[in-house]
Design a protein around this ligand. Structure first.
Ligand code: SF4
Length: 313
C-alpha cells in the first residue's frame, strides 16, 4: 500500500488505524431501517450509502438522507470518492417525482440534493436539478432545499438555470487545496469551482452559498488559510471542514488524522475571516446537520441585517 508525503510523493505505508474520535455507532435503530426501506421503495440513491458516510446511522435515524440524483455512476474519477465511475445510463424523467414523494413521506423540513458528475450530458444535468427542485416545492412547499452540485465544467448556462429557481442553499465543495487537485480531483479545476460559487452570489446576492473541504489529504495549514480567503473573496456564507477517510485501500491515503482541537482552531480562524456559519469537526460532512445549521445561518443573517439597520438609524 502507498502513502503520500507532505511534498506529495508516494511512499509505502500500512493502513492508519482510525483514532478514537472517528469511531461511530453501527446503524441499528428501527428508524434507520424505516428510512432505508422508504429510499429503496422509491428506487433512490443516496450519497450517505454510496460515499460510505460514517454518519449514516445518526442521520438516517433522524430521516436525514442526502439524495443523489442522475444515477449512481459518475463520469469523473476523484481519488477520494467511493462513487462508481463509468458510463452513466439515461436520465430518469420520473426521478424528480420519486424524490419529491420521498421528501414528503419522510416529512423533511430541509433536504439536501446532490448528484454524480454528468459530463456526458449537454447541460451537465442542470435541468434535472431544476426539475427536482420544482417537484419538491410543489409537493412540500415548506421544505427548504439545499443543493450540492457538481462543477458544471464547460456547461454554459447551467448555474444560471438553477439559481433562477431559487434553492435555499447552493453548495459546491472545493474538497481540497489547489495544489492537491491533480491527485485528488483530477477532472476538476480549483478556480473554476471558486468561480461557480462567485457566480451564484453575483446572480443572486440573497442566496446562501456553502462549500467544504476535507482535511488529512496532505494539505498544509497555510494552504487551508488560502482556501478560506478565496472562499470569503467569493462571498461564500458557510464553510464545512471534515476529516477525509479512505473508503477503500485503492483510494487516496489518509495522510493525517487532524485532532478535534485542530478542527476547533480552524473553526475559530474561519469565523474570524467572516464566514456567517462554520462547521468544523472530524465527522463534519457538507450535509451533516444541514437543516439545523441552515436555520442558524438564516437567523444570523437576519441579526446582521437588524444590526446594520440600527447602525444606519
Ligand atoms: S452526513 Fe450527509 S452524507 Fe453522511 S449520512 Fe448524514 S446526510 Fe448522509
Amino acid at each position: 500500500m502507498q502513502d503520500l508525503t507532505k511534498d506529495n510523493k508516494l511512499v509505502s505505508n500500512s493502513t492508519k488505524a482510525k483514532p478514537d474520535w472517528i469511531r461511530v455507532k453501527a446503524p441499528v435503530s428501527p428508524q434507520y431501517h424505516q428510512t432505508a426501506a422508504l429510499l429503496k421503495e422509491h428506487k433512490l440513491h443516496t450519497v450517505c450509502e454510496e460515499a460510505a458516510c460514517p454518519n449514516v446511522g445518526e442521520c438516517w435515524e433522524k430521516k436525514h438522507a442526502t439524495m443523489m440524483i442522475l444515477g449512481d455512476t459518475c463520469t469523473r474519477a476523484c481519488s477520494f470518492c467511493n462513487i462508481k465511475t463509468g458510463k452513466p445510463g439515461a436520465v430518469d424523467p420520473f426521478e424528480p417525482f420519486r424524490v419529491a414523494d420521498a421528501v414528503q413521506k419522510l416529512g423533511l423540513s430541509h433536504v439536501v440534493i446532490t448528484s454524480v458528475d454528468r459530463d456526458d450530458l449537454d447541460d451537465g444535468g442542470s435541468q434535472h436539478f431544476v426539475d427536482v427542485i420544482l417537484a419538491i416545492r410543489k409537493m412540500s412547499p415548506d421544505t427548504t432545499i439545499e443543493i450540492l452540485t457538481p462543477d458544471f465544467l464547460r456547461k454554459e448556462g447551467a448555474i444560471e438555470k438553477i439559481v433562477v429557481v431559487k434553492p435555499d442553499v447552493f453548495n459546491h465543495n472545493l474538497e481540497t487545496v489547489p495544489r492537491l487537485y491533480p491527485s485528488v480531483r483530477p477532472g476538476a479545476r480549483y478556480y473554476h469551482s471558486l468561480r461557480l460559487l462567485d457566480t451564484v452570489k453575483t446572480i443572486d446576492p440573497t442566496m446562501f452559498t456553502k462549500s467544504g473541504i476535507m482535511l488529512g489529504l496532505g494539505e498544509e495549514r497555510h494552504e487551508v488559510m488560502q482556501v478560506m480567503d478565496d472562499l470569503r473573496a467569493a462571498q461564500v456564507d458557510f464553510l464545512t471542514i471534515g476529516q477525509y477517510l479512505q473508503p477503500t485501500p485503492k483510494h487516496h491515503p489518509v495522510i493525517d488524522f487532524v485532532t478535534p482541537e485542530q478542527f476547533d482552531t480552524y473553526a475559530s480562524i474561519a469565523r474570524s475571516k467572516g464566514f456567517l456559519m462554520v462547521a468544523s469537526s472530524p465527522l463534519t460532512r457538507s450535509s451533516y446537520h444541514a437543516g439545523d445549521d441552515y436555520k442558524i445561518m438564516k437567523e444570523r443573517r437576519l441579526d446582521q441585517h437588524k444590526d446594520s439597520c440600527h447602525g444606519d438609524s
